[in-house]
Design a protein around this ligand. Structure first.
Ligand code: ARG
Length: 463
């Protein structure tokens, strides 16, 4: 054990003084990357199997190493492993322990590899699994949205542009907009998998190795499709990290947008939805308050996710090839991102399952702000052969009149309407019905009840 005494750095033959204690404390990543222990052991097992297959290590040594690695895995799983900051990261902690368990033969494990390829191999394996986990959580969320949308196909509410009442829509149609967004998020995560299928192991420090290794073999063993093509790019590439962070940011932005809508709709001014007590908090001073804290949390967290994306972009900008310590922070950023996003997806799911639309109030508000004005203009085009621009002017004149009389469009009578447009007949009154307005929007992707039902069915089949 002379060369690998406990508490001595692997490089202590060359580096004569102990590294700064402060730096060891802050520069070690073990607290963060110990989360990669399973992936690290998996990678080491595949590596040593390959070394044996290629006759680089003997059968006996391979078995000894596998035995030691399995023992370490159990120790960590049972919380019986002592992580030591002296050894910087998970790779060195495991290697050091391997020496304690099997002795000097542990020294063979690091043949033809470096921590530089090891760390990204671990991270890519972890990211593949985590991406799948995120996608199954997104799936669950989509299913919840579909369920709620199905119950609310005929729930009428005002649709907004500029936060001003625009046209009547179905609450179900609004919800289905988020199905589109979350389905796109899933697709983005799935697309990211392409880069995660390339195996970094075997790039070694940066130049490859003089040993006759078989990178296709380790690729297969570790669930990759093929080895990466360029050893220098391999150890310096963190594009897959950026992809993950960007995709998480977009998904989080969707969560934030729906949260913002719901916060507004929950306000006393709008009062369009009711949040159950399970998803609100109170105030320490105002006894009457019921605050939508969970939604605010979701909106706020998007800020940290964007921050993570920008941290990583900034770390990479101007970093020469190939590996540098700067890159070590990738894992902290990625893990934080994953934990935050998966929690946000779960919280949003809980929120959606614990809110109810105030249908009466939604309808009432949808009647305000002349939301069927476009329907009237469309009617004039269809029935009185006007150009849309002329019909628009006529409708605007009718609205000006109604506004002066403090009436809604549906409260005007045909005599009043005829004063402005003599061609109009009694039947025009039907265009002021919100339900008729919604059901007239039959164009593909429009808000008619039938359209929504078909879309819900389509997505139910797709999932
Ligand atoms: N702890 C390092 C990281 O997470 C592992 C790679 C270290 N390589 C090196 N040459 N220092 O990035």
């Amino acid at each position: 054990m002379s060369k690998n005494k406990n508490n001595q750095a692997i490089w202590n033959t060359r580096v004569k003084k102990n590294t700064s204690a402060l730096f060891k404390k802050v520069g070690s990543s073990i607290d963060i990357d110990k989360r990669l222990y399973k992936e690290d052991i998996m990678g080491s097992e595949a590596h040593v199997e390959m070394l044996f297959k290629q006759k680089i290590v003997s059968f006996k040594i391979k078995n000894k190493i596998i035995y030691g690695l399995k023992k370490i895995e159990k120790e960590i799983a049972k919380n019986k492993f002592e992580f030591n900051k002296e050894y910087e990261d998970i790779h060195m902690n495991i290697e050091k322990r391997l020496f304690q368990i099997i002795g000097e033969d542990a020294g063979f494990i690091h043949t033809a590899r470096s921590r530089n390829d090891q760390v990204i191999t671990d991270l890519k394996i972890w990211m593949k699994n985590s991406t799948k986990e995120l996608n199954s959580q997104i799936n669950k969320l989509i299913k919840s949205i579909l369920r709620i949308a199905e119950k609310n196909v005929e729930t009428i509410m005002p649709g907004f542009t500029h936060l001003k009442n625009a046209q009547p829509i179905s609450f179900g149609h609004y919800l289905m907009a988020y199905v589109e967004m979350f389905v796109r998020d899933k697709l983005r995560f799935e697309n990211n998998m392409q880069n995660l299928y390339e195996n970094p192991l075997g790039a070694s420090a940066l130049a490859g190795t003089s040993f006759n290794i078989d990178r296709n073999y380790t690729s297969k063993k570790l669930g990759f499709k093929n080895p990466t093509n360029n050893s220098i790019d391999t150890v310096s590439d963190r594009d897959f990290v950026l992809d993950f962070l960007y995709t998480s940011s977009v998904c989080s932005m969707h969560i934030s947008r729906i949260s913002e809508d719901l916060i507004i709709w929950n306000s006393d001014g709008f009062n369009l939805i009711q949040l159950s007590d399970k998803i609100i908090t109170g105030s320490s001073i105002m006894p009457q308050k019921k605050n939508p804290d969970l939604l605010e949390y979701l909106r706020g967290k998007t800020g940290s996710l964007y921050g993570n994306l920008f941290s990583m972009l900034t770390i990479l900008k101007g970093l020469p090839l190939s590996y540098f310590k700067d890159l070590q922070d990738d894992k902290k950023i990625i893990f934080e991102n994953f934990d935050t996003l998966i929690n946000c997806l779960k919280i949003l799911d809980e929120v959606l399952n614990n809110l109810s639309p105030n249908k009466k109030r939604m309808l009432e508000l949808a009647e305000k702000g002349y939301t069927t004005a476009t329907d009237l203009a469309d009617y004039l085009v269809r029935n009185h052969s006007m150009t849309f621009r002329n019909a628009y002017q006529k409708t605007a004149a009718i609205i000006n009149y109604a506004e002066k009389k403090k009436k809604r469009l549906k409260d005007l009578d045909i005599i009043e309407l005829k004063k402005i447009e003599p061609q109009l007949k009694e039947e025009v009154m039907k265009v002021f019905s919100l339900k008729n307005s919604i059901n007239s929007k039959k164009s593909y992707g429009g808000t008619s009840f039938d359209n929504i039902k078909k879309m819900i069915l389509k997505y139910k089949k797709y999932l």
